[in-house]
Design a protein around this ligand. Structure first.
Ligand SMILES: [Zn+2]
Length: 484
């Protein structure tokens, strides 16, 4: 519009705001002026050579960053190996590089500012106006725009999303009839046919999560690391677009991601970090993958099958709710799934020991499932007792889990996780190792102790949430009940 001087003289900031689809407001002209002066004016006053030099240095920085991400993808467990004293690198610069890569990889999802529902809705309206102007577009057209943005990757679009734990509220005094309906997600996860019922209320697992989304809010390609199916119900809002890839095509999907975006494909068994990778469907189809596409309308349930990969995109302000559940047959493979998560150093949303302790008491479960749970539990308890004996040099003390607040559900975040494998420390933990502040599972505590002989262990302790006697009693009961 003729440059800063003209815009100021002829009072054109309002016009600039309109051109950029900014929502109307008294502050917008002042803000645009401030932003221009702060960021664009210094660039405007540079010579061509100076601008070129800046572009080159930005290009170099991006290059370096991408190489860092690639190195991290090849060696995703670098930090854990260092903790265990097994890192092959003694290069400080390399370590620093890797730290940076870890931070940068999580950059695309950041914690936003706290806001109430009315503000969220207002932000959603503004985003819609800025992105689409005043034209009303179909979900298909919005989806095309979305994939164009993803493919081109030359525009920075930032939107909000929120996940709300539904257990944080007191139960209503007079529940509505729908409160007891079997398809109410609070009922679904705790019905007699779900193997998760014995877990009791666990945040984000058996207690549903409410999701708020706006235009372009996305759930990137991911799959549940516990091997669980889950369902999402769309309460209100415009259509949500879903894509799915079945477990049978997992290997092919991994090869496709390796080819298309190698920096996001990590060299471990659970290889796809959640919430970072979005790939347009046509590129995946070219890699010979068979995708499922679904348009979810308000009132529809989407069911994601165990180990299926999925992603979804909101086309406007939406409120949905999701929850996990499990058929009893899942208990027959659950130990493998948790072992895979442990080997990949992926955090889980609950402890497998907590699940199994409940599942063996679940009278309604079919015999094969209860037997599988009992075998898995007995093996876990024997491993635990064995490890405790091996750590006899550490002082040990019995302790209790943190108390639950009223109405609140069990929350995995209130328990410690192992600094190495990130498993939830439910039966016991070792504290006070590695600079006196590390927290480890027993297996990794043993490995730390064997690697760093002579380490100062004056502050270390084995903390048992279940005493040895209790574990022996449970084992004897299991042996008696399932020995046949
Ligand atoms: Zn561990």
């Amino acid at each position: 519009m003729g440059g800063l001087k003209k815009v100021i003289e002829k009072e054109k900031w309002q016009k600039v705001a309109e051109e950029m689809n900014y929502p109307k407001g008294s502050q917008v002209e002042r803000k645009l002026d401030q932003v221009y002066v702060k960021y664009l004016l210094p660039y405007d006053t540079l010579t061509n050579d100076e601008r070129q030099a800046i572009l080159e240095s930005v290009g170099k920085e991006w290059d370096k960053r991408y190489k860092r991400m690639l190195r991290r993808a090849q060696n995703p467990l670098h930090k854990q190996r260092q903790l265990l004293g097994e890192s092959s690198s003694d290069d400080d610069e390399e370590d620093e590089d890797m730290e940076l890569a870890l931070e940068e990889a999580d950059d695309c999802i950041v914690t936003g500012r706290g806001m109430n529902l009315a503000t969220f809705e207002k932000v959603a309206r503004n985003v819609m106006q800025m992105q689409l102007g005043t034209s009303a577009e179909s979900a298909d057209e919005i989806e095309r725009r979305y994939w164009r943005l993803v493919s081109a990757g030359d525009e920075h679009v930032c939107v909000n999303a929120a996940a709300v734990d539904t257990a944080d509220q007191a139960p209503p005094q007079k529940p509505k009839p729908s409160a007891r309906h079997p398809w109410n997600l609070k009922m679904l996860s705790t019905c007699a046919e779900s193997a998760l019922r014995s877990l009791g209320p666990v945040l984000s697992v058996t207690v549903p999560t409410l999701h708020l989304g706006m235009l372009y809010s996305s759930s990137c390609w991911h799959r549940d690391p516990h091997g669980l199916p889950w369902t999402e119900f769309l309460h209100q809002g415009p259509d949500k677009i879903w894509y799915g890839i079945p477990d049978s095509q997992s290997d092919q999907f991994r090869r496709a991601v390796e080819a298309l975006c190698p920096a996001f494909c990590q060299n471990k068994s659970i290889w796809l970090p959640s919430d970072v990778t979005m790939i347009p469907p046509d590129l995946l189809v070219k890699e010979k993958l068979t995708l499922t596409r679904a348009t979810q309308r308000a009132g529809d349930f989407i069911i994601v099958f165990p180990k299926a990969y999925s992603c979804s995109i909101c086309t406007g302000y939406t409120i949905s709710e999701s929850v996990y559940y499990a058929p009893f047959s899942w208990l027959e493979t659950v130990s493998n799934d948790f072992e895979e998560a442990r080997r990949s150093h992926e955090p889980t949303m609950f402890s497998v020991e907590q699940l199994l302790l409940g599942a063996v008491e679940e009278r309604g479960a079919p015999q094969p499932a209860r037997r599988a749970a009992a075998l898995a539990l007995a093996a876990a308890l024997r491993r635990e007792l064995h490890a405790r004996r091996a750590l006899h040099q550490l002082p040990s003390k019995d302790s209790k889990h943190p108390p639950k607040r009223r109405w609140s559900a069990w929350n995995v975040r209130e328990l410690d996780e192992c600094d190495v494998c990130r498993c939830t420390l439910y039966l016991s933990k070792v504290t006070g190792l590695v600079d006196k502040k590390g927290v480890f599972c027993l297996e990794h505590a043993m490995r730390v102790l064997s690697k760093f002989q002579g380490e100062d262990v004056s502050q270390a302790a084995l903390v048992c949430f279940y005493s040895n006697d209790t574990l022996h009693t449970i084992l004897a009961k299991l042996d008696k009940r399932f020995s046949s």
